[in-house]
Design a binder for this molecule. Sequence first.
Ligand code: GLC
Length: 651
Amino acid sequence: MQNVLHLGPDARALFERVRDAVEPVLEGSDPRDRQIFLLRFERWFQNLLDGLRPVYGHHPDFEPFLLQLARDLAEGFVARPEALKELDLERDLTPDWFQRESMLGYVFYVDRFAGSLEGVEARRPYFEEMGATYLHLMSTLQAREGENDGGYAIRDYREVDPELGDREDLRATCTSLRERGISVCIDLVLNHCADDHPWVQRAREGDAHYQDYFYLFEGRTAPDAYERTLPEVFPDLAPGNFTYQEDLDAWAWTTFHAYQWDLNWTNPNVFLEMVRIMLDLANLGVEVFRLDAVAFLWKRFGTDCQNQPEVHDLLQALRTCSKIATPAVAHKAEAIVGPRDLVHYFGTGRRYGKVANIAYHNSLMVQFWSALASRDARLMSHALAAFPRTPASIAWGTYLRCHDDIGWAISDDDAAAVGLDGAAHRAFLSEYYTGAFPGSHARGRVFGANPKTGDRRVSGMLASLAGLEKALEEGDAEGVDLSIERILVGHALIFGFGGIPLVYMGDEVGMRNDYGYEAVPEHRGDSRWMHRPAMDWTAAARRHDPGSVEGRIFAGLVGLARARARTPHLHASYTTDVLDAGNPHVFAYARPHPLGTFVGLLNVSEAPQEVSADLLRDHGLERPYDQIAQGFVDLGSGRVRLAPYDRRWLI
Ligand code: GLC
């Protein structure tokens, strides 16, 4: 074989040994398959080494580990069904598949949406009507008995929650959706497993091999020392980061709940376990892994133990494993961190473009709510304009809310740049979205109040935060109209910003807060359950009634989805440049494109606004066509008029 990558002499010699190690596994495979696998391995070998060496390179057994990993990858590839190998080839040729303007995500808890995996298939016409091409099936794998953090405490990574079906059902669901162009995403919880996972059980039984999968400390010295710089994720529900285990007389590292044990990623065996799991699930047909809570994977004394460089190395190595054995698969990083930390999840410097394919755009979400509450887009424009550049090969996951709370991740510096006090503005947003601020339209609740930092995160359904719940309750027809416009301007933002828009279950028909969680013992006290309702199919049935609230929102979303799909400027590989709209109530941005520049205009206030026609002319738009309204915009008056919460996608 030719030296496709011009590996250096060391890496080449190592690669030769890797090839010798995988040959026996590939024996009996179709010769073309064998050739493809080895070519991919060679092509990505340097990326793999560059990811692994900083974390495991000092290990005396580094090479045996690498050879074992290689054999695992080869086994995963050999076990891969033909149809998925075809998809791999297709995506070798179309690596931008997840960046396309036709991509649209829909996210739901399988049980709450459809009862079971079979139920998901039965609901296929619903996704198709919306235009969804990507489904994030939440809480699919077998989680802990009892309380399990909404499925994020995994007891068996290879089994499906028995209430929802089994592995064959997952395979069948992925297959039937794939055949219709819909990709399945599931969570891969990397940072921790449940305390009833067999690894924990074996560790408890005194098996040193498995004790090494976790962080266990005798006495409080180390935990106390770490605690000095560690934040608390759930300050009220699960204070502290360590949990005493009586049977072991030791403290286990538990960043999240006491029943979620952090995995020790300094141990290469943990890496191998996760790779095998990933290959197994990919071979069932999972196309996107949402890598949960990745910021926390690496601990470093004296830090907040988030976003450590080793996290990015590990993610580069994991991603490379997928590229070698199951290249159809994309990785989505869940790192809900500030902009400066976030870009590293796509890879910067030597890791540029090699880490995750997709990451949540947390700032976009937070800035949207901030702009809506203050009717002012200046902070949003400033923060997003200062956002570091990202590689052209990635996509943001753009969203307005998710199954978690909204934390006011607005930096003091960004606030100060537009004349605001960061702490006061964050406090205002908490007040506003819990409905306490005079004149607020929102109905939300506090989540994770932290008296030490003053943080008060917020829970609530999109529609309730946007004012629909209050307006309906008060019989305020104008309030209803405005809240629908807020919901739609938000969706115009996430559908038109560049990235994969993620619509959260129920938002497409304006479902409101579910206060029933208080009656459920495992959910009481965790207000996030307020925005994780069971799907209201009665409300959804009204989606075709143009006069109903559901019908207005649904039609608006479908209209945006169609407009998006016919707008090539929204392919995620192009950049978004924030513009100065010359009007504080308008968020404006451009997406330069070979077909001409796209300009987005969003009015974040309930008053009509105007922007100067020069803003458009400066970007070559003499006779702009609005992709949403499907009509030309007349610039004759020198102004573009925007109705309350109006949105324009101009090309
Ligand atoms: C992620 C999940 C969240 C969960 C946490 C711990 O942030 O989105 O729901 O509580 O990880 O797994």
